[in-house]
Design a binder for this molecule. Sequence first.
Ligand code: AKG
Length: 274
Amino acid sequence: MAPPAIQQALDAPYSLADEEISRFRRDGFVKLKHVLPASVLNYYGPTITSEVYRLNTMHLPIEQRDTYNKAFLQVGNIWTKNETVKEFCWGQRLARMAAQLLGVGGVRMYHDQALYKEPGGGVTPWHADQYYWPLSNPNTVTAWIPLQAVPMEMGPLAFAKGSHKFEAGRELGISDESEERIGRSMKEQNYPLEDSPFDFGDVSFHYGWTFHRAGRNVSQAPRAVMTIIYMDENMRLIEPNTVARRNDRASYMADVEIGAVTDGKLTPLIFREP
Ligand SMILES: O=C(O)CCC(=O)C(=O)O
């Protein structure tokens, strides 16, 4: 267990302005300052990093990988494998913010995912996450939590402002094709690109249907990022209609019936407004 001061900082409410909530709902994302103090990131970051390298199964040199695997090392559901990471993922500050942004009474964990863009790592192609998720409504949100500052040369997460309401391209998974086609349509539709660095302690939140991407990591250090994906407590599982969605169901919701509320063993309620 973390020392009490760390736990307190992880759980304490963040004062989210009404304007920030409205901006999230209008733009499909919001980038916020000073969300997690250095004490919290410095306490949990090294454990997350050592778990990423312990659990990582991608050992090919970058030049031999496909576009998806060049983008980052991806390790998911670490909260089920490490108690310290579980404590971080169950932090009440971020979970409460997720519920407030979505405007729901409570949120479940969908999963966590560490995304480490290695030095020399490629672009993260344009995509929308909910393509991968067999979920009944759009009330999903990813907290993107850098474990160090992310200057432009490391490939910060970039968003197409307002694109969560745009449907063309939602059928594309992360690929060269999604980078080309969604990138082109974001320009044609005049969705402004928000692509800017993250300071240490900044966290962004984006809807599952917001189109986003990230540039290459041309720095000498890994871009260490943890993400936590939250969903509406009343979310239901829909019939998975793609291989990707069948895989997600098998990984996270194998014990949930199609059509039922997603209250499985791996998708617990982690925050409810009292
Ligand atoms: O970290 C990245 O490069 C991509 C992140 C992403 O796609 C996400 O968190 O939904």
